[in-house]
Structures are given as structure tokens and as C-alpha cells.
Design a protein around this ligand. Sequence first.
Ligand code: 1HN
Length: 351
Amino acid sequence: MDTPVSNAEERQEYYAKIRSHGCAPLWENLEYLVTPEPVITSVPNLWDYSELRDDLLHSANLITAAEAERRVLMLENPALEGNCSITESLFAGLQLIMPGEVAIAHRHTPAALRFIIEGSGGYTSVNGEKTFMEPGDFIITPSWTWHDHGNEGTEPVVWMDGLDLPLVRHIGAVFLERYPDEQFPAGPPPGDSLNRYGSNMRPVGEVPDNLNSPIFSYPYAKSRETLENLRKSSDWDPYHGLKLEYIDPTSGGPAMSTISTFLQLLPKGFKTEKYQTTENNVFSIIEGSGRTIVGEGDDEQIIEWQERDIIVVPCWYPHRLEADEDAVIFSFSDKVVQTKLGLWRERRGNA
Ligand code: 1HN
């Protein structure tokens, strides 16, 4: 190393001076800025639904869906308290809608997904097309589409919201518009988009006009059946078990332009091998129980999970999964964004 040509005091004086010109020395920040491997603030965590559920349902006694606009308990990463984020790039929350309630129509540039956790009779309307929701269904609200929610059933309906909001906020491209009426006017009949685009066919002459799947709803019954059928024939991926990605049938690419979404089956007793990825992952357990082992050596952390729990595994944390019973897991991540930017990486085992 070269001999320093100035002392600490001279440097501090210099830094204060350049600060007044809006400058700072890169050389004092280089090691913090560019690290050999990802260094991030968010940490792995579990939200135990059986512990949370009473508090979630109680929110209906405090505020109506109409007053709240969206009655959502945000799942905040413990290391990002106050940031309304589950990871640096993603938002997750649990939304409750009681029988007869309506969550008013609005649209925003952040894109949203819903993954239904409990209850029947709930619906979301996307640009006027109503989709009724059952547990395990995956619903998309693409960027800047009008959406309102309701519950025509007799029981509370709960879903997980996943949004790219932290990412969009970081860029600064957030817009929100409220519709003048409570609900967006009824458009195509329920199931229309699935009928048009969900059978490996599409109406002649219709070409995709945006980056998102034209299918708003991916019903669990269908995707669960697919996993079950593949169980007999598939080669099991040692790192993922049997993992399928939800796609946009018009492009073959991810169903959403900013959030990747997956459904995964781990048969009873299956143990995945150590895996690292730059994508930030949120897992929602639909069926089964087991554990996620995150980190290594002294930092190893064992996260036990069961049905309806939500787990976050941020970027580059080594992790593996163990299923005690057949486990079905929905997950979403920022993989699609990272891939488009040429940044996505994975590390399988110790490769
Ligand atoms: C939002 O509009 C919804 O439409 C859910 O259901 C969660 C989180 C942050 C900002 C807007 C919804 C949201 C949200």
C-alpha cells in the first residue's frame, strides 16, 4: 500500500469542504458499496398465521374496508421496520374483507398479486371483470388496471397481497388514481379472460397489448392437479422439488412483468439441497408442514412452518427445505426484474 500523503484531520476538513459542493469521496465508501457478495438489510423471517389470525380478524372491529380503502396488515421485515417492505424490493400483506364489504376501485402503477389464504365468496374485479377467489387461487392485478374487491359470501376472506411497491417507489414511478364510484362498472363476465386465453388457444386476431398475462386468475384446482399429474413422471429437482412458474400464455414468459410467481410440490420426506439465489423470495405455505433451514454454520436458523404461514428468504441467503408431509408452496420473487436487468444469479450447492 502507498504511504498516506495526508492525515485524518486534513481529510476530514477536505470532506467537509467538498460536501458543500455536493460531493463525497468514493474511496471512503468503496468497500461498503461494492462487496464480494450481496450484503442486504432484510433478514429471513416467519409469520405464523395461527398466531396472527385473531389479530387480523380483530382489525374488522377497528376499521371498515371502506374507511381503510384496503384493510391490510403489512408483513414488515423485522430489519426494515417502518419501511412497509418484506424485502428491499417487495411488499407483502394480509388483506381481510368481511361479508358484504367492498374495497373501493382504484388503480396504481405498482403491480399486485393476491394469493388466497382462507374463505370463499370473495372476489376481485380487474377492469370490471370479476374473479371469485378460493383458497390457493393466484390472482393478478397488473400495473395501472382498475380494481376493487368484495365479499359476497358469509365468512371472512383473507388473502396475501404481493406488490412490487418498494421497487417502484425506489425508482419513483408511483401513481394512484381513485375511481369516482365505489366499484368499477361491470365488464366481461367472470371467467372471461380464462376462457379466452387459458386453454392454450386465443381468439383469432387478438394480439397481446401489454407485458402482463391476460389471465387474471390461476385457480388452485387446476394448478394443484397439474402438480399431482407431474408427480408421477417428473424428474425431481434436488434444489426445488417439483416447481412450476406461472406464465403469460401469450408470451411464455412470467405471468407478471415485475414479479415472478411459482407453485411447488415437495413430497413427504423430501429434502432439498442448499441453494442460493439473488432473488428475494416470499413463500406462502398452502399444504403440509416442514422447515426451511437458512444460513450456515453459526448463522444457521431453522424456521418451522405449517399451512398458511408466510416465510421470507432474502437475496443470497443459503437455504434448503424439508417437508414432513406433502407440501405445496406458493412463492413470489423479484426474479423477473433481475433477469431483465441481467443481474439474476443462483448457486446450486457449493458450485
Ligand atoms: C393495494 O391497492 C392493494 O388493491 C393491496 O388490494 C395492498 C399495498 C400497498 C399499496 C396499495 C389492493 C396494497 C395496495
